[in-house]
Write a protein that binds this ligand. Structure first.
Ligand SMILES: NC(=O)c1ccc[n+]([C@@H]2O[C@H](COP(=O)([O-])OP(=O)(O)OC[C@H]3O[C@@H](n4cnc5c(N)ncnc54)[C@H](O)[C@@H]3O)[C@@H](O)[C@H]2O)c1
Length: 449
């Protein structure tokens, strides 16, 4: 039976390679709509958890995983030989950068090298990891063709970027269109046919590199706009303007404006990483991506600004940062999620420790947090989330709100804490906050006014 027929009657066996934040929801999604899915991951702990019907991703319910595992729709393995028995493979492995901020494609390469000796005639391979334009054709394709099979002829190859937004209750697979660019029109057609079973809308572009560039445009757009409001927030502080008030006012414009908000810096697997993939690749074309570099510079400076703000706020009260007891609220890279990868909280805590502060944190979603691993900060600290009690708040000299989780009772936090530095305007609804809340992007508080 050919692939198109199998796709049409949902007998396609799907493999999702890499079962992280992107791969697990995709595997569960395909299993839910009636496909037989096998998840493949080198991390034995994830494989074991799934085999036991347990989810380790906040957006995926364990009950869903358990039901799908029980009825045989979803399996997990670390054995690459499973690839010989599937019809379609979605590659969802990490794409970090190295210490020099150059793309680290080692995960994509090892995935492709694992597929190549097991590649079957008629298989569809779809790369989903975010990467620079050219990766599918220049890196993945030659490795797969080492099998002796020819792409576009013996097997099908496409790139389809991932748009998952962890923690987002409004947008999911059913209402977020999926972009696809295949190596040949037939590759595109097959990838679209399969993805259409899961995604409400599939948008076709002409090549894998156009699809790769689409994802980068989306992330660079965010990075640049966040940098823009961060810069304006810093200027507003100096000019004595509340930038949050300005952002809310501008957001009332129904056309030609999209609101972005300042914060302690950018984090996660995407915004601080992906733009560098393009600026690195651009150099091959004698091209310098000035917007990307400028945005990264502004966003990277934000954690340093936050620490200066904390030091100044303490100093205004006659206290030094050295020796101060600091409580950080929320180390995830954004509110209401459990992902702390590349979170600005990491750099902020490192800078605070470096300057002699005593730092503790609370995050209901991140029980342990490791800082100080990278090239600058060789001394590693593993912190554990402390209980958020009245005593933890009152005995801290300053509380810094980094991820504005909605579970926090900000009225209570502000009432208990002697001093608060709010980097995300989480205290917006707290009455009388001006007495002790210092905000990024706003003039210094004037108690009593
Ligand atoms: N997390 C997001 O919100 C998000 C959103 C859009 C796009 N992306 C992109 O999707 C890709 C995956 O991101 P993620 O957040 O899911 O990463 P992740 O680290 O959560 O998951 C990746 C998984 O791949 C596994 N893995 C690594 N090498 C492997 C190999 N050779 N064979 C099998 N498994 C392997 C890891 O063990 C891990 O479980 C990245 O390119 C990322 O930029 C992520």
């Amino acid at each position: 039976m050919n692939l198109q027929t199998k796709i049409d009657d949902r007998t396609v066996r799907v493999c999702v390679l890499g079962l992280g934040y992107v791969g697990l929801p995709l595997a569960v999604g395909f299993a839910r709509v009636g496909f037989t899915v096998v998840g493949l991951d080198v991390d034995e702990r994830k494989v074991m958890a799934l085999q036991q019907g347990k989810s380790y991703i906040q957006d995926v319910e364990s009950d869903d995983v358990a039901a799908l595992v029980q009825n045989g729709a979803l399996k997990a393995t670390s054995d690459y030989d499973v690839l010989r028995q599937v019809d379609a493979v979605f590659i969802c492995v990490p794409t970090p950068f190295d210490a020099m901020k150059a793309p680290d494609l080692s995960f994509i390469i090892s995935a492709a090298e694992g597929i190549a000796p097991r590649l079957q005639v008629g298989q569809l391979i779809v790369l989903q990891s975010t990467t620079y334009p050219g990766t599918t054709e220049e890196v993945v394709l030659p490795i797969l063709e080492r099998s002796g099979l020819k792409a576009g002829q013996d097997f099908h190859l496409a790139f389809s970027p991932e748009r998952i937004n962890p923690g987002d209750k409004k947008y999911g697979v059913h209402n977020t269109p999926k972009v696809v660019g295949g190596l040949t029109p037939r590759c595109t057609e097959l990838a679209c046919a399969l993805l259409s079973h899961l995604f409400g809308q599939v948008h076709v572009v002409s090549t894998p590199r156009a699809a790769e560039m689409t994802k980068l445009l989306e992330n660079i757009f965010r990075s640049v706009n966040i940098a823009l409001v961060n810069e304006l927030a810093l200027l507003s502080e100096r000019m004595g303007i509340d930038f949050w008030e300005v952002a809310a006012a501008a957001a009332t414009k129904p056309f030609g404006f999209m609101p972005f908000y300042p914060g302690p810096g950018v984090g996660g697997h995407c915004i601080p990483v992906d733009p560098y993939y393009l600026s690195w690749k651009a150099r091959e074309y004698d091209f310098y991506t000035k917007f990307i570099e400028l945005a990264a510079e502004v966003n990277q400076d934000m954690p340093y600004h936050v620490v200066e703000k904390v030091a100044a706020a303490l100093s205004d009260q006659g206290q030094a940062l050295r020796g101060a007891r600091v409580l950080v609220l929320g180390v995830a890279f954004k509110r209401d999620i459990d992902d702390a990868r590349n979170s600005p909280a990491g750099r902020i805590i490192e800078l605070l420790l470096e300057r002699g502060a005593e730092v503790q944190y609370n995050d209901p979603y991140v029980p342990r947090y490791r800082v100080g691993r990278d090239v600058f900060w060789r001394e590693e600290h593993v912190l554990e989330s402390v209980p958020l009690t009245a005593e933890t708040l009152t005995t801290s000299d300053v509380v810094i709100i980094i991820a504005g989780h909605t579970v926090y009772d900000y009225d209570w936090v502000v009432a208990q804490a002697p001093l608060v530095v709010d980097t995300v305007n989480a205290t917006r609804a707290v009455a009388g906050r001006d007495d002790k809340v210092v905000r990024i992007g706003a003039p210094l508080p004037r108690p009593g006014r």
